[in-house]
Ligand binder design. Sequence first.
Ligand code: UDX
Length: 472
Amino acid sequence: MPPHVLIFPLSMQGPVNCMLKLAELLCLSGISVTVLNTDHIQRSLILHTDVLSRFSRYTNFRFETISDGLPDDHPRSGDRFLEILEGFRTVTEPVFREMMVSGCFSSKSGFPVTVIIPDGSFSFALDVAEEIEIPLIYFETVSPCALWTYLCLPKLIQAGEVPFNGNDLDMPVKSVPGTETFLRRRDLPSFYRCDDLVNPVIHIIMNEAQHVPRAQGLIINTFEALDSPILVHMRNLCPNIYSIGPLHTLLKSRLQIAHKSNVSNSLWEENRACLSWLDTQPEKSVVYVSIGSMATMTLNQFFEIWHGLVNSGQPFLWVKRPGSVVGEYDDGEVSKHLMDETKERGFMATWVPQEEVLAHSAIGVFLTHSGWNSTIESIVERVPMICWPHNVDQQVNSRFVSEVWKIGIDIKDSCDRVIIEKAVKDVIFQRKNEFISSVKAMAEYSVQSVAEGGSSYKNLIKLVEDIKSMGN
Ligand code: UDX
């Protein structure tokens, strides 16, 4: 049977971004691909990117859509996360099951689906795949280090290390092999900070821990040199891991397009004027600030960051995504000093072409929520990080940035202008050489991994061969 993959991303910017890159890589390898997006994601993509014309060159590609169960005007932001989960559980899951059982993707494309590649958190997809006997390979868009803490959740619970209700956050964690010397409670996914296990997200992670090892394989957006100490442990549970990252650079090298260009899958309109503004700034001087597509901050946190940036004396480019600050303020409440300094040295945007921004020589540090795509993109562009994690995998990622890879500072659980000012000065000046040399070394490994003969290059070939053989 000709190979036909159904890719089903989680409806968030990070996952959609990298799963579309995988889709493109598979199309280039001669595999037919259907991407199943939620209606909302598809509308945003079409509105803000040239995604349709980009994919129209692949005759072996099609988009399909499914409802996310939420009304059109729902903000779908992090503070409404439980509603997003509920919409998915009650509407998307049963519709997906019906679509698969009825063979709807097969009849539309003319070819039966031979392999399903859903987001790693979609446990229901494996149940359906097993029922209709179609092989399934999970794509985990979270980091391997965080996924490892998911896979260890049964062990953490058995050892009494989870749940913890926010107390003794500096207590070392012992039940995540390979991390015993540096992982503390505060570095575990924030969902584990709860009073009991009756929590919908814990339930999803437990399901994920049970389902992921049952799949035919696991795709991860990382490269061996970055994550092999964790992958060694994970392969005991999931032997067939395809580490094929950084996906965006692997794709660019396959398409033979310039490394600094952007393959955009943005859900918001990108402000490209920020690139001209960056052209006017001194080399490695700008603080780039973004908390990704879902995280939110309070008004108080917003002002602490703002003061910290201004007090640092450095220029800054700040992505203030619509809805990312919870609460309203009046320009009249903002001090003249803050306004004047921002006019002088700041650039505010609602969304930017992040890959191009990070590749710009003016960027000196990335103040990030530590989402996995942002972390990988920053490493590739040799930009050290100040990590202010919010949820999902971000608490774990930020600990690895500071303690394992030593490419930045982790300020988790604090949002204070003095701490932010000091962190900026440390990364840009005091500890500059230390961070730049370690992130540069890691970036060079990432380049090797996607070059011909590199680990990600070879793992992609293996993935393609395996997908082709699974249909037979
Ligand atoms: C979510 C979770 O938050 C994250 O922890 C998990 O690892 C993946 O899923 P998200 O919040 O979207 O992801 O963060 P991240 O993974 O960093 O992805 C954000 C993406 O948006 C990046 O690819 C980044 O390049 C892009 N982006 C961000 C832009 O294109 N423009 C911007 O202005 C900001």
